[in-house]
Design a protein around this ligand. Structure first.
Ligand code: NDP
Length: 501
């Protein structure tokens, strides 16, 4: 809103809405123009969401599930349209954009279908010492959830929060990344068709400041997915209003290859884990540790597979461009640092990094202190090192400030090794698929963040526990009364020594 004097000298106000463009990263073509929501507009949106939230929370689980099912149907039927927008805004192959939507729909179905079972009111047994009391617990919606999303999986990732928050009975205000606003607007428009009564899901488009405004808007929780650095800013901003936060941040995932592993499967998984989505994945494989007995054979297979892949903006290319214009420089810096410290490029290298297209790179013998091993690269690169045994592999895997996903390839020790890795999720003889299982919680430790989306934990994340204790009959030993007698105090003391002494 700006204030100015008109020709007669009267003060007038006018709403000036700034806009920003979303561009196709491969071609630079305009995909869409969107308003930049300022703090006042964000606050207005949250105020509308608050009214919608009380209507939505007042519906039964079944009534909400019914509406979420209609939304799911709309998305499924128009999946090609959504995939096309995602492709245009991120540059990823359209088939990959579709895969993301397919996986998301399973989560939406699971969250809606299981919310009552996970969150609904349950009787709690009160034990021998309190036979006179009954108790119950249920998980109630927090109110309005602010969801701040990244661009790399612009459907799947924010929907990991949105679907679960809605199924738990909250309204949601969604701030998509400035690189993928069109995807966010599409999802919200589709929701409005399924649930026309109230704006239970709304979008606020804009740049970082719009996200910051959402943090200060008085929402009841912020679910943030993005870089660790921005996650810290979000936490700082939320501290002022004691707004709780869920942080899904970056990763530096490992893939371990044991001496008895199926090397073809391990190489295939490393290639998908490291290079799909052009390596722009929080759970993307970045570090690979291989048992020395199978190292040469594994590296040979990996090299063969990677040589067949190509980044481009044509339909045959398996890898799209880098979505963010600033990312190729980050990838180049990581490769250059590793090479200058003694690593070798088995495939690719500095020359693989173009202005927007980055061809795959496999680095071997990478010094552990190079930034390619310590910082999130977020590009189509893999760093592969030889280890003496799996104990050394675990030690190196855990020597990271991140702890998001991981993978272990081993025939005999997969589960054991998986449990020793400090990460929120680990795949045994697979990559990525733990994210596709709606039953499993998803999230990290350390600099990868905290809190969980997906699964029962992902539903509870957007609720608060409401406990109720009630009296069933008069107390045998009345304790919470000034009429308590010395005899009762003595009896209590005796019983306590008997129970705990
Ligand atoms: P950013 O941290 O740059 O941005 C994430 C979101 O935060 C965007 O919507 C951004 O808006 C917004 N934002 C920026 N500044 C602020 C601020 N001051 N206050 C509030 N919000 C703000 O991450 P990217 O979009 O670059 O995403 C890539 C990162 O996300 C990677 O590190 C990746 O590992 C991580 N990620 C984590 C996942 C997980 O589940 N753990 C899943 C997917 C990605 P804008 O875009 O307009 O600047």
């Amino acid at each position: 809103m700006t204030r100015a004097e008109d020709t007669q000298g009267a003060i007038v106000t006018a709403t000036v809405t700034k806009t920003f463009d979303s561009l196709n990263p491969a071609t630079g073509d305009l995909v869409g123009t969107h308003p930049v929501f300022d703090a006042e507009q964000v606050n207005d949106t949250v105020a509308r969401a608050r009214e919608a939230a009380s209507w939505w929370a007042g519906l039964s689980f079944a009534e909400r599930a019914e509406r979420l099912k209609i939304w799911r149907g709309i998305i499924a039927r128009r999946m090609a349209q959504l995939a096309e927008i995602s492709h245009a805004e991120t540059g990823k192959p359209t088939a990959d954009a579709q895969l993301e939507i397919v996986m998301m729909l399973d989560h939406l179905a699971w969250a809606a279908g299981n919310a009552r079972k996970v969150l609904g009111r349950k009787k709690v047994s009160t034990g021998l010492m309190a036979p006179d009391l009954g108790a119950s617990v249920e998980y109630l919606p927090l109110g309005v959830i602010g969801v701040i999303g990244p661009w790399n999986f612009p459907v799947f990732t924010p929907m990991g929060s949105i679907a679960y928050a809605l199924a738990a009975g909250n309204a949601v205000v969604f701030k998509p990344s400035e690189f993928t606003p069109g995807v966010g607007v599409w999802l919200v428009d589709a929701f409005a068709q399924a649930v026309p009564e109230h704006p239970v899901l709304q979008v606020v488009t804009g740049l970082g400041e719009t996200g910051a405004a959402l943090c200060s808007s008085g929402v009841d929780k912020i679910a943030f997915t993005g870089s660790t650095a921005t996650g810290k800013k979000v936490m700082r901003a939320c501290a002022d209003t004691l707004t709780p936060v869920l942080i899904e941040a970056g990763g530096k995932d490992v893939l371990l290859v044991d001496a008895d592993a199926d090397l073809d499967a391990a190489a295939e998984a490393a290639v998908w884990g490291g290079l799909s989505n052009a390596g722009q994945a929080c759970i993307g494989t970045e570090r690979v540790y291989v048992h020395e007995r199978v190292y040469d054979e594994f590296v040979g297979k990996l090299g063969d597979l990677v040589t067949n892949l190509r980044a481009g903006d044509d339909p045959e290319a398996q890898l799209g461009p880098m979505t963010m214009p600033s990312q190729p420089k980050v990838v180049a810096d990581h490769i250059a640092d590793a090479l200058s410290k003694g690593a070798r490029a088995l495939v690719g290298g500095i020359a693989a990094v173009g202005e927007r297209l980055v061809q795959p790179t496999v680095l071997v013998d990478v010094p552990e202190d190079s930034i390619a091993m310590t910082e999130e690269t977020f590009g189509p690169t893999l760093a592969v090192n030889k280890v003496r045994d799996m104990d050394e592999a675990i030690e190196r895997a855990n020597d990271s400030r991140y702890g998001l996903g991981a993978a272990v390839f081993s025939k005999g020790r997969g589960q054991e090794l998986a449990r020793r890795i400090r990460s929120g999720m680990t795949g045994v003889n697979l990559v990525y698929l733990f994210a596709a299982l709606p039953e499993l919680p998803f999230g990290g430790v350390g600099d990868s963040g905290f809190g969980r989306i997906h699964g029962p934990d992902g539903l509870r994340e957007f609720t608060y526990a409401k406990s109720i204790a009630h009296r069933r009959f008069p107390a045998l030993l009345p304790l919470t009364t000034f009429a308590r007698t010395a005899k009762i105090d003595k009896l209590m003391a005796t019983l306590t020594v008997l129970r705990h002494g």
